[in-house]
Design a protein around this ligand. Sequence first.
Ligand SMILES: Nc1ncnc2c1ncn2[C@@H]1O[C@H](COP(=O)(O)OP(=O)(O)OP(=O)(O)O)[C@@H](O)[C@H]1O
Ligand SMILES: [Mg+2]
Length: 278
Amino acid sequence: MLELDNIVKAFGGFRAVDGCTFSVNKGEILGLVGPNGAGKTTLFGVIAGALQPTSGTIRFLGEDVTHLSTDALFHKGLVRTFQIPHEFHRLTVLENLMMVPPNQPGENLFANWLAWGKVRACEEEVRARAVETLAFLELTHVTEERAGNLSGGQKKLLELGRTMMTDAKLVLLDEPAAGVNRTLLRKLEEKIQILNRERGYTFILIEHDMEMIEKLCQPVVCMAEGKVLIQGDFHTVRSDPRVLEAYLGEPAGAEREQAQHDPHIEEVREQELHKEDL
Ligand SMILES: Nc1ncnc2c1ncn2[C@@H]1O[C@H](COP(=O)(O)OP(=O)(O)OP(=O)(O)O)[C@@H](O)[C@H]1O
Ligand SMILES: [Mg+2]
């Protein structure tokens, strides 16, 4: 479905992505892991058309899409969510979903004049889809809430919801688990699995939460310093000495990993996140 061939993205003399080659097959949830600064988010930017690659090619559904814009890729079904949620915080949750579908007739003044009936019908259709999406994500109770008031976990669910308002084929998820409490995390995992198995979505999932990667992803690709170190199943990647070295050699990553497994820190974090969700 997606083929990356020797992708390089340089910022000045620094190669944040340094020759990445791998493919994603239809129906997969590919896990993209690697220490902080490995180049994962930059690679997402390149795949989604937000950043022009310095060199290399990208094929999506058999077509060369290397130089297409984010918009053009979005229309082809390639959709990205962000490491930091991009909700419109003054709009309601429902409005956030309703403004996603591209080319709504209501956005065009002349269409408003000429085809009022069509605009209304389309808006009703979009509304119905948004309502259904909120029900699927179990967010119906916050339909009229301002998106800015949602908890971190709910915002991540809303981001996932926005991909469901499009006819997405490949969804790029950047750290969906970050800042999400355990309960909402389980829900998020379950929704991703349903979207994958029942609705045919293919995913690339960037995550530092290894439990989530283990549960959802096959295959797993590990990046470090802009390069692909290894691709394989979770256990092969996890136990590869190059992967261990990459994580240990990167202090911020190592600390973050350790924090995730320190029962005390975990407990404090859980309490804070729980408070946030009440
Ligand atoms: N616009 C930019 N200009 C210059 N350097 C950048 C830019 N964007 C990213 N970088 C650098 O590229 C490297 C890769 O960053 P990136 O955000 O892709 O890493 P990451 O793997 O997503 O890390 P994390 O796990 O912390 O999110 C980092 O050293 C970062 O500082
Ligand atoms: Mg990142």
